[in-house]
Design a protein around this ligand. Sequence first.
Ligand code: NAD
Length: 429
Amino acid sequence: MIQQPIQAASPAAATPGQRAVAAAVAQLDAAAEYLQLDGDLRAILRSPQRELIVRFPVKMDDGSVRVFTGYRVQHNTARGPAKGGLRFHPQTDLDDVRALAMWMTWKCALMNVPFGGAKGGVTCDPRDLSARELEGVTRRFATELSPIVGPDSDIPAPDVGTNAQVMAWFMDTLSMHAGYSIPGVVTGKPLSIGGSAGRADATGQGVLYTIEDAARRIGLDLANATVAVQGFGNVGEAAARLLHETGARIVAVTDIGGGVERPEGLDGAVLARYLQEHGTIAGAPGTRPIDNERLFGLDVDVLVLAALEGQITDANAGNVRARILAEAANGPTDPSADPILASRGVTVIPDILCNAGGVIVSYFEWTQNRAAFSWSREEVNDRLRRQILTAADQVWQRAASERIPPRLAAHSLAVERVADATRLRGLYP
Ligand code: NAD
């Protein structure tokens, strides 16, 4: 029996990262139990395959030197190279990255993209860094990760606190080391250096497709629906904009600085401009303030969670009144909340399905880089739609036919595929 390096932490686990690991392990355990996997396989799937912790100095604008800590965890590569985002956030620690890496393994498997799961990040608040300092952090972090990343081994992408510019610096650093351009080493790059059409909006686009699909299944008319969104970054902004374009009314949005509410509907373009100038949407003209807890309890049709892990727990799940809860973020719902949401009749679109548009189009970007070819935005979105809706169909069908919650359906489909790959490859040596 293999020693298990990560364990389900106690419910009173102290840090957000420990709570995320506890949630990820509990979800895996539920899927493994449902699939009746043997103990050895469970131990393998629970164990992150490779973990790298790096510490590196960066010269700050005031001349001082600051030492940063970064992480990269490759959870499982049975199905292909490791794939997963880079997060720059004050809460980023080894546990947080471990949980996010495990979720990536399941997401890639559920979407049938030929990748394993990984995640990485640096403990920092990018809002406190100048552009030059952010570039310094990115380039040194890329250098420290260089022994384990590459187009055939491990391919990072944007996540919380990172964006296409950060990916450009990351790709440039590794290309400079090699002496030639390696576009396929990261995805989510700007278009002009090998990015894919549609990648910037891909996660939000996938969120829209899975919400449209779930709405159709429960008979909700999305064109007349009301929506509340937590988080207004890469994912939340795109999801809100695309939902608005379908006719849905965005009535409330929160971000790290606070929140805004307008029952007649918010204008996403106005919010995006205000965010550019003020660093938060809070205080945007013509809006009333709202906090996360009130947003979670709004009487809306769709609640989109596009910020961080562990937002809905057993303490506040009883307040949720939305018909659809779309998990645009990774791990936004603690397992303790799942039975409460189910008893309230909330249709939860599980994260590994809802936010998988990003990794699907990252896969397309990587494929285009390898083929030195580019697809149109229409082609990307058409393929994205088909791929994510195929997975959605499998999830909802298993949930219905086996009478199990959609999260268990999604995780059991994914874990089954990774377990199968692991079994077929066998143990080396
Ligand atoms: P981001 O940094 O671009 O945006 C995060 C947003 O959340 C910001 O608007 C921030 O202000 C807000 N936020 C942070 N703390 C908050 C709080 N306490 N209350 C309310 N809002 C808060 O990050 P992102 O890339 O949009 O990622 C958001 C989520 O989506 C994460 O869980 C991430 O792992 C997941 N995700 C991202 C991608 C991607 O392509 N970027 C893909 C799949 C999943």
